[in-house]
Ligand binder design. Structure first.
Ligand SMILES: [Zn+2]
Length: 328
């Protein structure tokens, strides 16, 4: 059965997630009944960027401009990279969405992962900071995308428990502090239904990267494709620890393994990769980590409790490294 798409049921003011928004046809947008803030649909994208989230400010503005600027050519380089494509595939396999389900793809970019799993009958909500990326995501999707939503990963504009499955692929590592990354994970879990699946993929501080002398975090521009402002590379234990307040973590696998993709053995490597992902070798050598978790039925669903659970009362202690090591 095709799902009925009624965004007013689940879209919320990012500051007031308990109040149903009022639709104003004359302004082609919604208004929050509590704060009066308006959220309009502009060029097919619903703009729900909160003015004062924990991420708001100069960093977020630059991040938004950066991804807008790179949206049109972002995929060209990535499509040619078998390691990157293996990571996309691993995230889609972990998500395993079914027709009839409502799926959040948070930090979807231009939709490279979305196209790996999208099938008729799914209600997919692509969510990103970059409006230009969201428009491309919608144009390139194999199924109809009703409403891409622009917003902030640290303050999601959705009612609690809205989604059957929530994916955040290759995005959290760009949030520039431990507390922001925890806040994002708490939000992804909050908007997922009890018992629903949460899949998170992040750049991995893998054994090969450590051996090559890479830093766990970098704050310089200069990736081959994106000039990212910041990147943090996760260890598996950190990802598990950050999901555990809200979810049962079912698995963490490594993806994008250092297999001989470039030596004329691509078909062999493509077969080996899924077999090795869940092994000790996969978990230590994967370019990315993919965590699959189930939201606990007893997980608190209101934002303040979630914040306390996520340890947001703690002050971020880390410092940005100024290393000039390669960044992706
Ligand atoms: Zn409001």
């Amino acid at each position: 059965m095709m799902p009925v798409f009624q965004p007013t049921e689940w879209l919320r003011c990012p500051d007031h997630r308990d109040a149903t928004l009022d639709w104003h046809a004359s302004e082609f947008g919604w208004k929050c009944p509590i704060c009066g803030h308006g959220y309009a649909i502009t060029q097919r994208v619903a703009d729900f960027l909160p003015p004062d989230s924990p991420l708001a400010g100069e960093f977020r503005e630059r991040e938004s401009d950066l991804w807008d600027a790179h949206a049109s050519e972002y995929e060209t380089e990535r499509q040619r990279d078998p390691i990157y494509r293996a990571c996309l595939e691993a995230a889609a396999v972990a998500l395993d969405p079914q027709p009839g389900e409502r799926i959040l793809d948070a930090g979807c970019g231009t939709g490279m992962t979305l196209r790996q799993y999208a099938q008729a009958g799914m209600e997919i909500v692509p969510f990103d900071l970059s409006a230009a990326s969201l428009r491309l995501c919608q144009e390139r999707s194999p199924i109809t995308i009703q409403l891409p939503v622009r917003g902030d990963l640290t303050q999601l504009p959705f009612a609690s428990g809205t989604f059957d499955r929530t994916l955040c692929a290759n995005a959290i590592q760009q949030l520039p502090s431990d507390s922001l990354r925890r806040q994002c994970i708490a939000e992804l879990c909050r908007v997922t239904a009890p018992g629903g699946r949460v899949v998170i993929s992040v750049h991995h501080f893998s054994v090969p990267k450590q051996r090559a002398g890479w830093q766990q975090e970098n704050s310089r521009a200069g990736s081959p494709t994106g000039d990212v402002q910041y990147i943090y590379r996760y260890l598996a234990d950190e990802l598990i620890e950050q999901l555990t307040p809200f979810c049962e973590v079912e698995s963490v696998v490594g993806a994008g393994l250092p297999l001989p993709y470039y030596w004329g053995l691509s078909p062999v490597s493509r077969r080996l990769e899924p077999l090795l992902r869940g092994t000790r070798y996969g978990r230590s050598h994967g370019h990315m980590l993919v965590a699959t978790a189930r939201k606990r039925a007893d997980a608190a669903s209101c934002a303040p409790q979630f914040q306390a659970l996520a340890g947001l009362d703690r002050q971020p202690t880390e410092r940005l490294s100024t290393s000039t090591k390669p960044i992706s």
